[in-house]
Design a protein around this ligand. Structure first.
Ligand code: NAD
Length: 361
């Protein structure tokens, strides 16, 4: 295929930190158009990229003939309308997580993208951590035996600062649940499979952040049972004082299988800890080099900070799937499955009871 021409819709934090440098590594790929509702953000991105085609309206950018694919990196409430427009125009779509505001909307997007025959991908970026890919391989080849427990913990210290659109439920859908736990629900699906049922709680400790109202959750916890019978315990917080942020804070997954346990930590991108049943305890196991980059990615794992650059493989996966005319991993269905669990979390909190996930999850 000729050069893949990508439009960036939303030129804020994640586009500058992740999507732009990721696309820059992709062979025969160029950013052909920019869109941001904020003229100042749009101008910054124009200066940074030198891309001349720019608009504050996605409706002007998405249908353009010089756009083959769009990356949607806007606040959560805009994902569905922009993705719908892109699918209707026959464009391939990489959409940030959470895919939509609820599961019905997310499933509708997945079905529409399938019908249109476009490539579709949800930006569950942490799947691209080498140690997570290796953990998935270790589980798939049966090293741990049948999994009994999935446990994950995401603890950050965001204090009480203003989070902009992220602290307005109408714009974000949810707080910590969609922002951070959505990635870890995706880990659970990747490693252990679908959930059967769950009970959950959400808590807002900070009704005011940086002088503005916050009606989203700061903390979320889920107790779950997987379809295969394993148990799940998931927790995520923005208010773990002293824990720092981003990859300098805790992001861990532990699996306990009948033969062995494995511990993953995002900050330790090239190792796992594995302990055999009846053995002396956890031992550090290096992630083999073939897992250090996504298959086929031209990224040099020795260039830059590997805790930043693993994210660039996401853009490669999107563009490579377009070129090879194969499904992206993870796709919109993965995004919709996570959204189904998020809806169940909200329902469980409202009902103060266990919720069954049904068929789609
Ligand atoms: N995958 C990840 O690891 C990851 C990390 C950070 C953010 N995200 C997701 O990326 C998305 C953006 O987050 P961010 O941190 O970059 O936010 P941000 O606020 O820094 O940037 C969003 C940009 O979108 C623009 N925008 C708002 N409405 C728009 C519209 N209708 N059309 C075009 N532009 C519009 C804003 O002006 C802003 O510049 C969110 O969905 C977030 O959940 C994902």
């Amino acid at each position: 295929m000729k050069t893949v021409r990508v439009a960036l819709i939303g030129c804020g934090g994640i586009t500058l930190q992740n999507h732009l440098p990721g696309l820059a590594l992709c062979p025969e790929t160029r950013v052909s158009a920019l869109c941001d509702a904020d003229p100042a953000a749009l101008e910054r991105a124009r200066q940074q990229t030198g891309v001349a085609v720019a608009s504050t309206r996605f409706e002007d950018i998405v249908p353009r003939e010089d756009v083959d694919a769009v990356i949607i990196a806007t606040p959560n409430h805009t994902h569905a309308p922009i993705a719908r427009a892109a699918i209707a125009a026959g464009k391939h779509v990489l959409c940030e997580k959470p895919l939509a505001l609820d599961a019905a909307e997310a499933r509708e997007l997945a079905a529409a993208a399938d019908r249109a025959g476009v490539r579709h991908m949800t930006a569950f970026t942490y799947r691209f951590v080498p140690a997570m890919r290796y953990l998935a391989a270790v589980v798939a080849r049966g090293d741990l035996g049948e999994i009994r427990h999935f446990r994950c913990c995401r603890l950050q210290d965001w204090g009480t600062r203003n989070l902009g659109w992220r602290q307005v439920r109408r714009l974000a859908g949810s707080g910590e649940l969609g922002d951070m736990l959505s990635h870890r629900i995706d880990f659970a699906h990747l490693l252990v499979g679908p959930l059967r049922r769950l009970v959950a709680d959400l808590k807002t400790f900070t009704p005011v952040r940086g002088g503005a109202p916050n009606d989203t959750d700061d903390w979320v916890a889920v107790l779950a049972e997987f379809v295969r019978g394993a148990t799940g315990v998931l927790e995520s917080s923005k208010l773990a004082s002293g824990r720092n942020e981003s990859w300098r804070s805790l992001d861990s997954v532990e699996l306990n299988g009948e033969r062995a346990s494995a511990v993953y930590c995002t900050a330790r991108w090239n190792e796992l800890q594995i302990g055999r049943a009846g053995g002396p305890g956890l031992e550090t196991v290096s992630v083999p080099r073939e897992y250090w980059v996504w298959p086929g990615s031209p990224r040099d794992p020795g260039a830059g900070d590997p805790l930043v650059t693993f994210r660039y493989d996401q853009a490669f996966e999107f563009v490579d799937a377009i070129r090879q005319q194969r499904p992206c991993v993870p796709d919109f269905h993965a995004g919709a499955r996570v959204q189904t669990v998020m809806d169940a979390v909200v329902a469980s909190v409202a009902r103060r009871s266990w919720v069954d996930l049904g068929d789609y999850a």
